[in-house]
Design a protein around this ligand. Structure first.
Ligand code: PLP
Length: 457
């Protein structure tokens, strides 16, 4: 097998995701024969650094021995079984461990991020219906937010390029101001910008909460908006407002979960309630310890890193209160939603191996040191006159290229690939989101690739 014949066959037989296929003539896809840690290797042995973690899913590199071994072991036992009417140890153990990590005690599984979003939206609406408030059927989300491509998820997404074509098929939802600090007014701090966005949410909820089931948001980082980042005070304010107005808060941690922002989950970075705030359920008895997801969200959507980037699996975790509203003699009060591969044992075993790695290898702490070093190596990029809004959180770095020409993203990908780095800028936003196993040499290579993209074409 060589690179060229594979490319031709790929163009003939496949329809690539999120791609205008005609453009593949100019920018052919990278043929990947195998992977090794943070590296992808083509059919001719050339190596490319996977600086975007294969679309934000990979955590510990490719072909990780422990995750491989867990999947192989599971394969010898049971590869898949229906989860309606059956159960198995991997899915039970995973649910228990995710509940312990998030404080949200009931796990429902899907296959992709978008299916998790659909589940959370339907569950929230159905909760209010079961509670005698069927008129609470609307959803509010953040401007520039992204929650997936299926019709429900796209309805709460706000990316014109993905959404506008399908507008006639979608539910009408409302978007409130994004707290992304790139939208700050001159002289306004990120925190002040987030509080201004929270005031916009407040005004909207005051008028519309009675017909609203849930607010859905990406905590701290709006990925598809080009890694827009915002001050965590927004999460605290959003929780308070949702409590006051009886609206659910759905945290879409599909991209940011599992250590990506520096904590296991992004919601954990929300500031604790001030003296004026209510002591939060769950925050008590933990001696002022960091918040858990349950202190911010009624639902959390997880996918992407959940299996370390190995297998499609998503989960929605929610509270006892939501669960209880469905628990009844009447069948139709139950959540009658399903996907064929719900709770797939191979995927659950991969996820359990991922959680083992976090527990046993001090990943979050090691990432802190690594991230500090990477930020140091990116100092020249951050200070570059063509780099605007350089930003960093956990294991994500991003900047916007001033005066980027049309077609910048495709051209930048091509140039980075020629240097041996797989990048996929979003419009004029260049971001790095590497697997956590990158070392000094890989971080240097990423910094060089970024500097190269800032050179005039
Ligand atoms: C990727 C993503 C999704 C959709 O997940 P898929 O697995 O691609 O369906 C939803 N929300 C966020 C925040 C994402 O980054």
């Amino acid at each position: 097998m060589d690179n060229l014949s594979l490319l031709q066959r790929s163009r003939q037989a496949l329809w690539h995701p999120c791609t205008q296929m005609k453009q593949l003539e100019a920018v052919p896809p990278l043929p990947v024969a195998r992977g090794e840690g943070p590296w992808l290797i083509d059919y001719e042995g050339r190596r490319y650094l996977d600086a975007i973690s294969s679309w934000w899913v990979n955590l510990f590199g490719h072909a990780h021995p422990r995750i491989n071994a867990a999947i192989c072991d599971q394969l010898e036992q049971i590869e898949h079984v229906i989860l309606a009417g059956c159960t198995h140890a991997p899915v039970v153990e995973l649910s228990e461990r995710l509940a312990a990590l998030t404080g949200l005690s009931h796990a429902f599984y899907g296959s992709d991020g978008a299916s998790a979003v659909e589940i959370a939206l339907k569950m929230s609406f159905h909760y209010w219906k079961n509670r005698g408030r069927p008129e609470k059927c609307g959803f509010v989300s953040l401007a520039h937010g992204y929650h997936g491509e299926t019709l429900g998820a796209l309805s709460v997404t706000d990316v014109a390029l993905f959404k506008d074509t399908y507008a006639p098929l979608l539910r009408v939802t409302h978007q409130v101001m994004s707290p992304d600090w790139r939208h700050a007014e001159p002289g306004e701090s990120p925190e002040a910008c987030a509080l201004r966005a929270a005031a916009d949410l407040e005004a909207w909820l005051e008028a519309h909460a009675a017909a609203t089931a849930a607010l859905i948001l990406e905590p701290l980082v709006q990925g598809a908006a080009g890694m827009g980042m915002y001050h965590p005070v927004y999460l605290r304010r959003a929780r308070e407002l949702c409590d006051r107005h009886q609206v659910h808060l759905i945290a879409d941690e599909i991209a940011v979960g599992f250590g990506r922002t520096g904590t296991m989950f992004a919601c954990e970075q929300a500031p604790s309630p001030g003296p004026a705030g209510h002591p939060l359920p769950g925050a008590e008895g933990r001696g002022g310890a960091a918040l858990r997801v349950a202190d911010i969200a009624d639902f959390v959507c997880l996918s992407k890193g959940l299996t370390g980037g190995y297998l499609p699996l998503s989960a929605v975790l929610t509270t006892d209160a939501v669960y209880a509203a469905f628990y009844a003699d009447e069948t139709a009060r139950g959540f009658l939603h399903s996907h064929s591969y719900t709770g797939n044992p191979l995927a659950c075993r991969a996820a359990l191996a991922v959680l083992d790695l976090f527990e046993e290898e001090g990943v979050l702490e090691a990432n802190r040191a690594k991230a500090a070093r990477c930020t140091e190596l990116l100092a020249e990029v951050a200070a570059h006159p063509r780099a605007a809004h350089f930003r960093h959180l956990g294991m994500i770095w991003a900047f916007d290229v001033r005066d980027a020409q049309p077609g910048f993203a495709a051209e930048a990908s091509r140039r980075a690939l020629a240097r041996g780095v797989l990048l996929r800028p979003i419009g004029a936003s260049v971001y790095l989101m590497p697997p956590y196993v990158v070392g000094e040499a890989e971080m240097r290579l990423m910094a060089e690739a970024c500097l190269e993209l800032l050179q005039p074409q």
